[in-house]
Ligand binder design. Structure first.
Ligand SMILES: Cc1cc2nc3c(=O)[nH]c(=O)nc-3n(C[C@H](O)[C@H](O)[C@H](O)COP(=O)(O)OP(=O)(O)OC[C@H]3O[C@@H](n4cnc5c(N)ncnc54)[C@H](O)[C@@H]3O)c2cc1C
Length: 419
């Protein structure tokens, strides 16, 4: 039977960084990365629309949630040990430089996700971490003996870095809970997060492909649950864009069990204007030589403007703008500031960027990411019940937690116990 000091299950973001960190701290340690796919890091290539939003400068407890939808301090010791600046320095040492864009979002200087995977893959090989692709771990026995599709493999320590179940077409699978249950580890409920909202209304269909920069808020009756701003996209199924992905966690947690109080989304199409200012602008536009068809051009996307007018009046679009009465102007202003759509759920696992939920946190020590049940077992990345906000937070978690788990595993090898 093949034997290693450390086996890392999953050669994704967390697993690759863990392998490099481990070999940095325990050069002599025999380390294997077991990956069930034909190649490592497939999901990384798809991140950030191919640009890879590699990290977020602001990573910290305020941007991470558990399956229960609550912020969690579990991440605090992880980012204290490996802050984002330190992860960026680590990448710079590997030859990957980064740049910062809005809201603390960080990207590779060359704007290519493939470069991130290349530096990790090449460095993992250079430091002597052995990569076994097409090797799926099917059982873990304490000790450790791992059953894999290549036969049994033994290890002194194991790092779980097998990710979640979001975007299964990129290699994720739902086997982490079944794998860990025999060892006494529990998984929380899981649901797709950072995905699109389904809005069963004609409006998004009619506006398919139209984008605007605005604010979206999720409402339960008259209570605003959360809001986010940025570029929003209408699609046949409903809404997409970064603010929508950000809010989707709330909708995903509420559905599919039809909630007693259905959620709605309210869109502010002109967040830079108050309701009074919109009203005044619309009233002034009645005096311009517009028909209703182009009354809102120059203020909003033309198709969007025409659909809004259809919502507030039966008048033909060829009618003059001056034909709108004060009541119609008021309704139009309110539609612009709070266009309300019903939410029937979220798009599913295929479209989701991350999994909300995962291995229950109370069974892991946040200072080392070691299992509280089984000495020598560590976990990192999305497999844990940590879900980050949209904007580079999930990769930041994968990097920092992968490094901490590897650091703790290296100490465990040296001392035969957890630090
Ligand atoms: C389309 C898309 C875009 C995204 N964009 C961004 C972004 O720009 N910024 C950001 O911060 N986050 C982004 N994310 C989220 C981010 O990619 C993930 O949170 C991150 O990759 C999680 O890292 P991980 O190592 O925990 O898991 P993964 O990267 O999923 O890696 C887990 C690996 O384990 C392997 N594996 C699973 N089970 C087994 C097994 N039993 N045996 C052996 N191997 C196994 C899998 O094949 C996989 O390669 C995006 C996600 C998607 C889907």
């Amino acid at each position: 039977m093949q034997k290693f000091d450390v086996i890392i299950i999953g050669a994704g973001a967390a697993g690759l960084l863990a392998a490099i960190q481990l070999k940095k701290e325990a050069q002599q340690a025999a380390c294997a990365l077991l990956e069930k796919a034909t190649r490592p890091g497939r999901k990384l290539l798809a991140t950030g629309g191919g640009r890879c939003n590699i990290a977020n400068r602001n990573a910290g407890p305020a941007y991470y949630y558990t399956a229960a939808g609550e912020n969690t301090d579990f991440v605090a010791p992880v980012f204290a040990a490996y802050p984002v600046a330190d992860d960026l320095a680590f990448f710079a040492e590997l030859g990957l430089l980064t740049k910062e864009e809005e809201d603390g979002k960080l990207y590779p200087l060359g704007d290519q996700a493939a470069a991130v995977l290349d530096v990790l893959r090449l460095q993992a090989a250079a430091v002597g971490a052995e990569l076994y692709t097409e090797t799926e771990v099917t059982a873990i026995r304490p000790g450790f003996i791992l059953s894999t599709t290549r036969g049994d493999i033994a290890a002194r320590a194991v790092i779980l870095a097998m990710g979640g179940v979001a975007s299964p077409q990129l290699g994720s699978a739902g086997d982490f809970a079944a794998l860990l249950r025999p060892l006494g580890h529990r998984a929380t409920k899981i649901y797709p997060a950072l995905t699109q909202l389904k809005c069963p209304s004609q409006l998004p269909k009619a506006l398919q492909g139209v984008k605007f920069t605005g604010r979206a808020a999720i409402y339960k009756e008259e209570t605003e649950l959360a809001a986010a701003a940025g570029e929003i996209l209408f699609a046949a199924y409903g809404l997409s864009g970064p603010p929508i992905l950000q809010l989707s966690r709330l909708a995903a947690a509420a559905y599919p069990a039809a909630p007693a109080e259905p959620l709605t989304v309210r869109l502010d199409l002109l967040p830079q204007f108050s309701l009074d200012a919109v009203r005044a602008e619309l009233a002034a536009r009645r005096n311009l030589p517009f028909t209703l068809a182009d009354m809102l051009s120059g203020l909003l996307n033309k198709r969007l403007g025409q659909q809004l007018l259809r919502l507030i009046t039966d008048k033909k679009l060829a009618a003059p703008a001056a034909s709108l009465d004060d009541y119609e102007i008021e309704r139009l202003a309110r539609q612009i500031k709070a266009l309300t759509l019903p939410v029937s759920g979220v798009c599913g696992w295929r479209e989701a960027q991350v999994m909300a939920g995962g291995l229950a946190l109370e069974q892991f020590d946040p200072a080392t990411l070691a299992s509280r049940l089984l000495p020598g077992l560590f976990a990192a990345g999305e497999v844990l019940d940590i879900c980050g906000a949209c904007g580079g937070y999930n990769l930041s978690w994968a990097w920092s937690s992968g490094r901490l788990a590897a650091h703790a595993a290296a100490l465990y090898l040296k001392e035969g116990r957890h630090a």
